[in-house]
Design a protein around this ligand. Structure first.
Ligand code: UDP
Ligand code: MG
Length: 170
């Protein structure tokens, strides 16, 4: 597993798409996409996911880690490398990962997409014109940046301390 992290709009999904187009044994798993998929199927849980996303809050790791584990299990015979995009988003996500998924897989490192808030905001607003996402609007974008700074950056710094961080100018 390689984790791909960066702020909202830093290009995590885009870069993962480019990598998997080139390297056939790589599989891209977007935690956000898995949650959006899950939102469609489960009713009460679906509303909860929607609400969390609108507010830019992080969904309880029990849900996300289960989805990731299922997705890895399903494809582990066809792929060597899983790019996991948008996760772990806070320290509790990392704890949940270690409890629920980590025993079966090997995390090599984290790729961090460095990007200014100015550029990210511009991209998200543009994406919002067509994405249909509940959180690509100015109010949600502001909340997502806050959560990213306060909750996600500590995870990035943790990987840096462990010498498992590779930064890329995005
Ligand atoms: N999300 C979450 N846990 C994850 C990934 C995503 O709770 O592991 C939620 C969170 O509310 C986030 C939203 O899904 O703001 C969208 O995440 P995504 O990675 O799709 O988009 P980004 O904000 O990085 O552009
Ligand atoms: Mg994304």
């Amino acid at each position: 597993v390689v984790f791909i992290l960066g702020g909202p709009g830093s290009g995590k999904g885009t870069q993962c798409g480019k990598l998997t187009a080139e390297f056939r044994r790589m599989r891209h798993l977007s935690a956000g996409d898995l949650l959006r998929e899950e939102r469609k199927s489960a009713t009460s849980q679906g509303e909860m996911i929607d609400q969390y996303m609108k507010e830019g809050r992080i969904i309880p790791v029990e849900i996300t880690a289960r989805l990731l584990k299922q997705a890895i299990d399903k494809d582990k015979h066809r792929f060597d490398v899983f790019l996991i995009d948008g996760f772990p988003r806070n320290m509790d996500n990392l704890r949940g990962w270690n409890e629920i998924v980590a025993t079966d897989v090997n995390v090599q490192f984290m790729v961090f997409l460095e990007c200014s808030e100015e550029v990210m905001t511009e991209r998200l607003k543009q994406r919002g014109e067509t994405s249909g996402r509940v959180d690509d609007n100015e109010a949600s974008i502001r909340k997502r940046f806050k959560v990213y700074q306060s909750e996600t950056m500590p995870v990035v710094l943790q990987f840096e301390r462990e010498k498992k961080l590779r930064s890329v100018k995005a």
